[in-house]
Design a binder for this molecule. Structure first.
Ligand code: MD3
Ligand code: FE
Length: 215
């Protein structure tokens, strides 16, 4: 396997955030251009949109999806849907580079055989945030979630099993990949408001890919 071995000998780049959560620093760097070009392809077919929460709030993060299932929210609730409700068509196929990266990262973290059927693509502009929440719209919590950060850095909040547990703050930068599984799978998490900045490849925002097994 030499596809994602471009990390070089620059010291320890795997950081544990606690049981089941591992940061693979720079894991996606060697394929960033290809990943960003695939994000553009996805967004051409299913554009980023600000969805509405069941409570009637507009999400500050713009989202789209690819793969068999896309995560959606509207006044009726949160769910995975096979059809993009904006385009009235199935979500774009998961790009091969997405699937390979997610599977290789999951295996590196001990989750062999991870087959994501959904990739939620989040786009943060300055000020956009994600409040503390759990990801629990998936059927099988034994499958991990793999996240890939691109563009501007963000402060990720990694909480506990209860919303009230004080979260750790973790900076996630361009190319960082995190695998969340096992005991970390249902922990509360969020993202603090994005600071303005400029990334040479991505410009003024942050993109996050989360790979899930929805069904
Ligand atoms: C920890 N996205 O889309 S990715 C989300 O940066 C979401 O856009 C954030 O939370 C983002 O639902 C964080 C990291 C992440 C994703 C899922 C997790 C961390 C997680 C599930 C359990 C524990
Ligand atoms: Fe989440």
């Amino acid at each position: 396997m030499d596809l994602f071995d471009g990390l070089g000998g620059t010291g320890p780049r795997e950081e544990s955030l606690g049981p089941g959560a591992v940061v693979l620093r720079g894991f996606a760097l060697s394929h960033d251009a290809e990943l960003l070009s695939a994000v553009q392809d996805v967004a051409l077919a299913s554009p980023f949109r600000h969805m509405e929460t069941p409570g009637g709030f507009r999400m500050s993060v713009a989202m789209t999806s690819c793969g068999s299932w896309g995560w959606v929210t509207d006044r009726t609730g949160y769910r995975y849907a096979a059809v993009d409700p904006v385009q009235g068509r199935p979500w774009p196929e998961m790009p091969a580079i997405f699937l390979r990266l997610a599977q290789f990262a999951a295996a590196k973290a001990g989750f062999e055989g991870f087959i994501p059927d959904a990739c939620l693509v989040n786009r943060y502009e300055p000020g956009a945030k994600m409040s503390l929440h759990q990801d629990k719209d998936e059927r099988d919590f034994t499958a991990p979630i793999v996240s890939v950060s691109l563009g501007l850095p963000a402060v990720f909040l990694f909480g506990g099993a209860e919303r009230a547990d004080r979260p750790a703050r973790v900076r996630l930068s361009h190319g960082d990949v995190v695998v969340w599984g096992g005991p970390a799978r249902l922990r509360y998490h969020g993202v603090t408001p994005l600071e303005p900045g400029h990334h040479p490849q991505v410009g003024g925002h942050r993109i996050n890919l989360t790979f899930r097994k929805a069904r």
